[in-house]
Write a protein that binds this ligand. Sequence first.
Ligand SMILES: Cc1cc2nc3c(=O)[nH]c(=O)nc-3n(C[C@H](O)[C@H](O)[C@H](O)COP(=O)(O)O)c2cc1C
Length: 361
Amino acid sequence: MKNLKIGDLTVSIPIVQGGMGVGISMANLASAVANEGGVGVISAAGTGMFQKGRRKDFLEANLTSLIEEIRKAKENTKGVLGVNIMVAMTGFADTVKAVIKEGIDIIFAGAGLPLDLPRYLEKNSKTKLIPIISSARAAKIITQKWLKNYHYLPDGFVIEGPKAGGHLGFKIDQIEEERFQLETILPETIDILKPFEEENQKRIPLIVAGGIYDGEDIHKFLSLGADAVQMATRFVATHECDASEAFKQVYLDAKEEDIRLITSPVGLPGRAIHNAYLNAVDLGKKHPFSCPFDCIITCKKEEAPYCISLALYNAKLGKMSHGFAFAGTNAHRVSKIVSVKELINELIEGYKQKAFKHALS
Ligand SMILES: Cc1cc2nc3c(=O)[nH]c(=O)nc-3n(C[C@H](O)[C@H](O)[C@H](O)COP(=O)(O)O)c2cc1C
């Protein structure tokens, strides 16, 4: 596998561990992935929920915990670390500023178009800015805006397709359509960015995400022109993942038919492992709640049958009757918990075998 170059930053293996909220990818998982040569990513979503006194000043609690996690991860690795920040998150700007101040290597910004992200860069900061998008059009809009307003070309893009876990950047009826699959969006994005790369003499690496499960999948997408892959579901089933054992067990027990689309209170579809909690939501047995955190700008609080942050927080802690697990389409294929080292070795081996077969054919 060739390494991933993001400007002056070199990642030895082209695997990014996708950010997972709430509390699923924190310092432990991120540093383990970075130690194996990939990019380890801490999710900024709801980090403050694990702090005492969180309800008094939720934003403050979030920032304090996030900074603690970044520092912990940095103590454990010299590898490449990122933070995933949702654009729709309350306090987006303050979070971005704090993370840049901590000297994080990469910010991944999704769940909305991060149109003003370069504004927060400080003069000598080395932080790379990588938006998460779900269409070539979004890549073009962001690139044009950043160039016009900040003379800054994105340091890369994560293209997240409809097979991903968590919130999805598609309408429900687009999810199965061929023109919205990664295999279509990736070449479209390569084409749309080519003139910008040529004009500015800078490569914009593309990282693809959603449903990538093994070394063969990695080989497929690198052959299609991606520079790297982002994977999340596989990293849940590792010893180092920051979720509770009960959360990981949900992955081990999941059958294909349990992995379903939901309509999240934040106004986006999401993919999750169906359970009794989501069943009660479907049956209208969950009822409007008071909003404890005001965490997502787009959340339809008045209509929401439940608080998504609380449901994900409960799930992380293993209280599955009060929440649910987000997961990608392939979660049912997970059959055991392994170490991050074992997983990465398996992926590299699978990639090599596929590359060898490919070379022979
Ligand atoms: C449990 C879980 C939580 C996630 N949380 C977030 C999140 O907070 N922000 C985000 O941008 N993506 C989130 N994602 C999406 C992943 O970062 C990743 O892009 C996607 O799941 C990749 O597909 P895969 O799971 O099939 O590998 C989450 C995914 C999972 C499985």
